[in-house]
Design a protein around this ligand. Structure first.
Ligand SMILES: Nc1ncnc2c1ncn2[C@@H]1O[C@H](COP(=O)(O)OP(=O)(O)OP(=O)(O)O)[C@@H](O)[C@H]1O
Ligand SMILES: [Mg+2]
Length: 457
């Protein structure tokens, strides 16, 4: 591990650093809060041993500023007895542990070891998760309905309650399930996603609950089952609406008994698993049609989170677009600006495939865009077309500004419509407008400036 010793007393710094180095870790030191900050932002510090009082700031503020910043450093506060209260405040702010001066080497190393094994588990978990699900587990939005949803998520996360997440395809049910796990006290244990619709019906039971050796032909080894693998962690039952009725019954029993009996096994085994389920189906309708057990439905929906489709929270669209674009830059690609007119069309689009569709579309636009900006002509034809069919007709464009300014707006409007009609094909649009391709390009460039003007308050 890489450890940063933060203390304004040089002597103490040296003693701590020597102890840490002796235990086989790499060490760096900082004598002021400012120096500490500049070393912490590099993101490579596993543990910070942090003094509370420093000449230019205090340790609690340091913890506060780094928690939630995406930097994964564990803080162990080093405190005098007199400032115990401050140490507790630091724990509340997100420090992992504290240790009282004078520091005993043995105790320090023990605390560090504990953090080390926690991090090891976490890294393993992360690797596994990426392997299983192949996605990133991030949240990104700002609309009131999603802020409310995030509040619900963080409230329910800390409990052991079963959670049902509903929403259309691509709205983020998977990422929500994951973040419930990550914000929960179970986060150091496994998060196991299961797609109930993807496992063949005859294998479901042994996949979920395991089987004994010889339980059926071909079972030449015992298998633990996903429930047992998720022990102490979270089992994410995705597409729960696809679960056949007889499996619904078995699932309900396992949830109520908190124990699984492997197929062909004698003994039931206790498991401590938190269930998060998701579906894009209407489960209460399915209950009415007796395709879903009512008792299981009640069990699962003890806490219900519904994620609205993107078209009902258009405030999130721009933010998500920027988020995806910035993600590209993070991967070492160049930064692309988004032309305000193009943005307007993207915000207007219906997004039937929700956030997943948005990600795909923006990635494709990014790859195909040839300039420094994403402009109207870079939008996929189907999106441009859908937006023309919803067009709110006519000249409702702002009528402020002088004649020349207003004419330019009208001209821009005509060109935008034509481009949309031609599916973004500039050559075809130019032909239809009876102007040369190069003058269309020139005008588009002009309008991009106009677009910038429009976006200003
Ligand atoms: N709030 C968000 N911020 C950033 N990315 C998001 C957000 N919501 C969803 N995504 C991204 O959108 C994609 C779809 O999300 P996810 O797989 O969770 O949707 P889903 O509702 O489970 O879809 P399906 O029903 O098709 O399984 C993922 O790549 C995910 O990373
Ligand atoms: Mg999903």
């Amino acid at each position: 591990m890489h450890v940063l010793v933060i203390d304004d007393e040089a002597a103490l710094r040296q003693i701590l650093a020597a102890a840490v180095r002796k235990a086989g870790h790499s060490v760096d030191t900082a004598g002021t809060a400012r120096e500490a900050s500049s070393k912490l932002v590099r993101g490579d510090v596993d543990i910070a041993l942090c003094d509370i009082k420093m000449p230019d700031g205090n340790g609690v503020d340091l913890v506060r500023s780094f928690k939630g910043s995406g930097i994964d450093t564990h803080f162990i506060m080093v405190t005098a007895f007199a400032s115990m209260e401050t140490a507790v405040e630091a724990l509340r702010a997100g420090a992992t542990d504290y240790i009282v001066k004078p520091v005993r080497e043995e105790e320090l190393l023990h605390r560090m070891e504990q953090i080390g094994s926690m991090r090891g588990l976490k890294a393993e978990n992360q690797a596994l998760r990426q392997l299983v699900a192949g996605d990133r587990g991030v949240f990104h939005f700002g609309s009131p309905s999603m802020v409310e949803m995030e509040r619900l998520v963080s409230r329910v996360a800390v409990t052991d309650s079963t959670v049902l997440i509903t929403g259309e395809s691509g709205t983020g049910k998977g990422v929500t399930a994951r973040s419930i796990h990550e914000m929960s006290p179970r986060s150091e244990f496994p998060f196991i996603p299961v797609n109930c619709g993807a496992i063949p019906e005859n294998l479901l039971e042994s996949e979920l609950f395991g089987h004994a050796k010889g339980a059926f032909t071909g079972a030449d080894r015992a298998r633990k089952g996903l429930f047992s693998e998720a022990d102490r962690g979270t089992l994410f039952l995705d597409e729960i609406g696809e679960l056949p009725l007889h499996m619904q019954t078995k699932l309900l029993h396992v949830i109520e008994d908190k124990a699984v009996r492997p197929l062909g096994g004698e003994q039931a085994r206790r498991v401590d698993v938190r269930i998060v389920a998701a579906t894009n189906r209407n489960l209460s309708e399915m209950v009415k049609e007796t395709r879903f057990r009512e008792d299981l439905y009640f069990r699962l929906s003890m806490f219900h989170i519904h994620i609205p489709p993107l078209r009902e929270r258009r405030e999130d669209i721009s933010r998500l677009i920027r988020f995806v674009l910035n993600g590209m830059v993070g991967k070492g690609k160049k930064q692309l600006e988004l032309d305000p007119m193009a943005e307007e069309i993207l915000v207007d689009y219906a997004w039937p495939g929700n956030v997943r569709e948005l990600e795909n579309v923006i990635n494709r636009i990014y790859i195909l865009a040839d300039g420094e900006r994403i402009s109207l002509a870079d939008l996929p034809p189907d999106i441009a077309r859908q937006s023309i069919s919803r067009e709110r007709g006519g000249m409702d464009i702002a009528s402020s500004g002088g004649l020349r300014e207003q004419l330019r707006r009208v001209e821009a409007d005509i060109i935008v419509r034509t481009l949309k009609e031609c599916g973004g094909d500039r050559r075809a649009a130019a032909q239809k407008l009876e102007i040369g391709v190069s003058s269309l390009y020139r005008k588009l460039e002009e309008f991009e400036t106009l677009g910038t003007m429009r976006s200003e308050p």
